[in-house]
Design a protein around this ligand. Sequence first.
Ligand code: TA6
Length: 265
Amino acid sequence: TTAAAVAATSVVVLDRGNNTTCTINLHGATVVSWRVNNQEQLFVSKLASFDGKKAIRGGIPFVFPQFGPWSFGPQHGFARITRWHLDRAPERLHNGDVEAIFSLMDNEFTRSIWNYQFRITYRLILREKELHFHIGVYNPSKDLSFTFNMLLHTYLKVPDEGREVVTVNEWTDRIYQHTPQEHVITNVVSGRKMRLHKYNFPDTVIWNPWIDRSREMSDFGDDEFPNMLCVEAGNVSAPVILLPGTCFEASQILQIIIEGNVSRK
Ligand code: TA6
């Protein structure tokens, strides 16, 4: 991916080989595809809008500085509907993984909604069967603190069948507070399990719109709800307070579990 190509297409592709890729749209730094051995792991609605005006319906939108309805601005904040910058184009690391770094800092648009200086650094690392997300939020102010929510709004692709562990057989929209650092989603599209490991993201949101709410969304098909499950790691129940000159870090790892995998401690 060259800078010129990115500027033209707004899309960055990390290609690890063996048909393992990760695609990021600079609109919201939204991960719009994660393919492992050519199998797509993420759900993106067939009706998703890519016009740069609204959030992409699917993939992994970046929710900041607000989760949920916001009296100052758009629901789920502005990060997912703002164009991010590619700081470091995809680069192969010594161990074969591929890394890219994105950033978002305050600008005229964000300041018109939320008058704070900030800088977010978003580092993605594509491993053989894992996708790592490392986030830093920096407050460059000399005297002003600010508070924020932050959440990765992950839409996982799932087969259309009953789910044992997460019984989702109706509209589900739950915020679980102070959840364990690891979740295992027991049936994802690969037919395997997906581990979500999170650090400094104390809460987990589970969402499936089911049929009635699917019909209310113009960018979501009425028949798509059986094939997606949102499992969202974030800071939702208690906003983060960022003092002047300090940085907040959080991370998430999505890992396809190959049976016999050593579980992370
Ligand atoms: O996933 C949790 C949630 O807050 C749900 O309540 C639902 O609103 C979803 O986010 C999608 O929100 P959006 O603004 O993208 O339509």
